[in-house]
Design a binder for this molecule. Structure first.
Ligand code: GDP
Ligand code: MG
Length: 454
């Protein structure tokens, strides 16, 4: 967290580029003394460093007059800089020795190392950037996928505000009901039933949004390829083949993939997650049953899925049901184990969506990959729906706690007066999710996500 008592009078500096050594390193110096300090260290060919907005070429020298580096210097005069203060950027060679020598000189001239996000903090205080812009910027740094950038930039379209508005009207409806129930106690059963359904719906919608945030924060927004099929069909063998290395437990006994296993791989240079699930047939033991249920849950979140069928056994009604149920999600069948003598060709109706072959045949797996690549191109990658900001996400978590409390209150059969009170509080809090962000919250949440030098 950025300290609140940072002196704005200080001239601050930081290396703004990445790990050294690098091709170029940019050290930023910002504050009232920036030009004075730079003038002592920088010697332009012919021209003296004056207070103007310009790009200069020259020598960086230590106080001992020893040369440190040949550099490009960019000067920004307040308020026309990122932070709004006078700013100098030293573009040096990205050498550890050069950068350390420069930093040592800056300290000698009483500049102070900047804290995380301090330049941006000054930009905010100087009216160069709003808190909303800073929040977006903090998230831009976290973004791994282009789709996330789109979600961040489209925040201004107010998608989350609309969602919160609609949730709030549901709560208003519930409030009306609760207020009348206070007068007519005999309707309590209806009231509690309706309350639960509203609470559950709002909880679901709020957690969808917070989950989207967690996925975004974790960088875990990769599209999912889900492998399903009956035990022993060859899912884990396919999983291994896709990864090109051993990972899942492949076994002759049906149902050894107890769990859901996820790994990252690439289709056409884009990162994907592949998920190996347990089989879909009704099963004997509970561990596998859990695995199966998980598998079904993963199908719902799949960007693409593959039904692996043992070609010596054929397809069952259960699998055909899956094909119908998840027809909208891009998918195809791998009609596996073609190398075995008991293998029978796939029926005409399924031919168009099937690759026939064996997981163990390189040539046939080539055809599989072509299909995989082809299907992947029809998929719009990324997550739909608004990504909340860090502050909004934490406020939403607060609302979720309140909703859970209210749910307990209903289940305990407490009087409508209490429900009504709780509901009113949730209405206030849910509105606040998209409300104004105060400076303390910004200090606490946003700047902790910033890098040094930003
Ligand atoms: N002959 C042959 N055996 C296969 C093929 N694919 C998988 N198997 C075998 O079938 C068994 C079950 O495979 P596994 O990948 O564990 O199936 P899962 O239960 O669907 O994950 C293992 O013994 C595999 O070696 C194939 O194309 N040909
Ligand atoms: Mg398996």
């Amino acid at each position: 967290m950025l300290r609140k008592n940072l002196s704005l009078a200080d001239t601050i500096f930081a290396l703004t580029t990445g790990t050294l050594p690098s091709a170029v390193a940019i050290v930023k110096l910002s504050g009232s003394q920036a030009f004075t300090i730079a003038d002592r260290l920088f010697f332009s060919n012919g021209e003296t460093l004056s207070k103007k907005r310009a790009m200069w070429f020259g020598e960086l020298r230590a106080s001992t007059q020893k040369k440190i580096d040949d550099i490009v210097l960019i000067s920004f005069v307040a308020p026309h800089s990122h932070s709004g203060d006078d700013t100098i950027e030293f573009h040096c060679h990205g050498s550890i020795a050069v950068v350390h020598a420069l930093e040592k000189e800056l300290l000698l001239h009483l500049a102070r190392p900047a804290e995380k996000g301090e330049f941006s903090y000054r930009a905010m205080l100087n009216g160069k950037q709003t808190t909303a812009e800073l929040e977006n910027l903090a998230d831009v740094f976290k973004a791994v996928h282009t789709a996330d950038l789109e979600a961040i930039y489209s925040r201004k379209d107010g998608e989350l505000e609309k969602k919160i508005g609609s949730l709030r009207s549901k709560l208003i409806g519930l409030q009306a009901l609760l207020d009348t129930a206070v007068d007519f106690s005999e309707e309590y059963a209806t009231v509690s039933e309706h309350s639960l359904s509203v609470i559950d719906q709002i909880t679901r919608e709020c957690s969808e949004v917070t989950q989207r945030y967690s996925r975004f924060r974790g960088g875990n927004t990769l599209p999912k390829l889900v492998l399903v099929g009956r035990p022993n069909a060859g899912k884990s063998s396919l999983f291994n083949s896709i990864l090109g290395r051993y990972r899942a437990i492949v076994s002759e006994e049906p149902g050894t993939t107890r769990d859901v296993i996820e790994e990252t791989f690439e289709i056409l240079d884009r990162p994907w997650t592949v998920v190996d699930t347990a089989g879909i047939r009704p099963t004997v033991n509970t561990i596998e049953k859990e695995g199966i249920e998980l598998g079904a849950a993963f199908l719902a979140s799949a960007s693409m899925w593959i039904l692996v069928v043992d070609g010596t056994e054929g397809i069952t009604e259960k699998e055909k049901e899956l094909l119908k149920k998840y027809a909208e999600t891009p998918h195809f069948i791998l009609w596996n184990k073609k190398d075995l003598s008991g293998w029978r060709a796939v029926s005409k109706e399924l031919e168009a969506i099937t690759v026939s072959g064996s997981v163990f045949s390189n040539i046939e797996m080539e055809i599989f990959w072509q299909k995989l690549e082809g299907r992947s191109q029809t998929i719009v990658l990324g997550q739909s729906g608004p990504i909340p900001t860090a502050v909004q996400a934490s406020r939403l978590e607060g609302v979720l706690l309140l909703l859970n409390e209210m749910r307990q209150t209903v289940l305990l059969g407490l009087p409508p007066e209490i429900l009504s009170e709780k509901n009113r509080n949730i209405m206030v809090q849910i509105e606040n999710v998209v409300g104004k962000v105060d400076v303390d919250e910004v200090l606490g949440r946003i700047f902790s996500d910033f890098c040094i030098g930003k």
